[in-house]
Design a protein around this ligand. Structure first.
Ligand code: SAH
Length: 267
């Protein structure tokens, strides 16, 4: 494990339009002890405006990794939380910033985790939200809830720092629960493989309409992301799916005693 759990947190900015916001976000992060920045298709980067706004945090910009898609940017992440300026329908209440920060910190015991910010104009698209296991929102003024991107990064940066400096913030390897493997969280890729398997199986049984799988698949994702199965549990679920695809026809003896209650005789 890293010296500080904050080292296991990556901040992802998606489709940022104004380079100044990337610089301001880098500064907001460094002040809070966060250093890992990932950028998905930034409109202008590297850029002198970004450098100017970053001030002493230019090294964060130099080390920032750039990706073509959010999927690629969070591929190695065990847990991914998206931020939003408004409540979005995912079937889940958005977490408060403090709750999200504590949960992210806890999840670092399983590896790298990500906090994702959308672009200035539209925020995260539904497809980008599909890459996120949970959603968080600053419940700001409902009439005008959209924070400047870097200001949002600053709020979450502080919440993460506050959670990290709280005593006993993160489960450590000496924690008996950790040793039991309770925190062997699946990677984002393993969760994706599970979702693909689930969709394929449910199309096979006829439960999902292959012409229109989106809505139901999203509801199921939300359900399993909220449950946060660990790796063993995920393997059990995949085993169940395989047994639906290829049912084993056991002999009567293998099935054991017949438990169907005897039919009561009429009259
Ligand atoms: N018009 C967009 C606003 C995007 S603001 C929309 O309606 O979604 C750019 C980004 O800043 C958002 O995608 C989110 O990552 C962050 N942000 C802005 N306001 C926020 C808030 N109230 N809570 C959490 N994140 C917020």
């Amino acid at each position: 494990m890293s010296a500080s759990p904050l080292e296991n947190i990556v901040i992802v900015l998606v489709g940022t339009q104004h380079p100044g916001n990337i610089g301001s976000a880098a500064r907001a992060l460094l002040v809070m002890g966060l250093t890992r920045l990932r950028l998905v298709s930034p409109h202008h980067f590297p850029d002198e405006h970004a450098d100017a706004m970053a001030s002493g945090a230019v090294p964060i910009l130099r080390n920032a990794q750039v990706y073509d898609s959010l999927e690629a940017a969070v591929e190695d992440c065990a847990w991914v939380v998206g931020t939003s300026a408004r409540a979005r329908y995912l079937g889940d209440e958005p977490m408060l910033p403090g709750e999200a920060a504590s949960a992210l910190l806890q999840a670092t015991s399983a590896g790298t985790v990500a906090l994702v910010f959308g672009c200035e104009r539209t925020g995260l698209t539904n497809e980008q939200l599909d890459c996120c296991h949970r959603l968080t929102m600053v419940p700001a003024n409902p009439e005008y809830s959209s924070l400047n991107l870097a200001a949002a990064v600053q709020i979450y940066g502080w919440e993460l720092r506050k959670a990290a400096i709280a005593p006993g913030a993160v489960a450590s390897k000496s924690d008996p629960e950790f040793m039991k493997g309770r925190f062997r969280a699946p990677t984002g890729e393993q969760m994706e493989q599970f979702f693909e398997h689930l969709e394929k199986t449910l199309i096979g049984t006829g439960f999902i309409d292959p012409a229109n799988p989106r809505l139901l698949t999203r509801r199921l994702r939300t359900l399993f992301n909220r449950a946060r199965p660990d790796l063993n549990e995920l393997n059990i679920l995949r085993g169940i799916l395989t047994s639906v695809e290829k049912p084993k026809h056991r002999t009567r003896r293998e099935r054991g005693p017949d438990r169907t209650p005897p039919k009561s005789s009429p009259g």
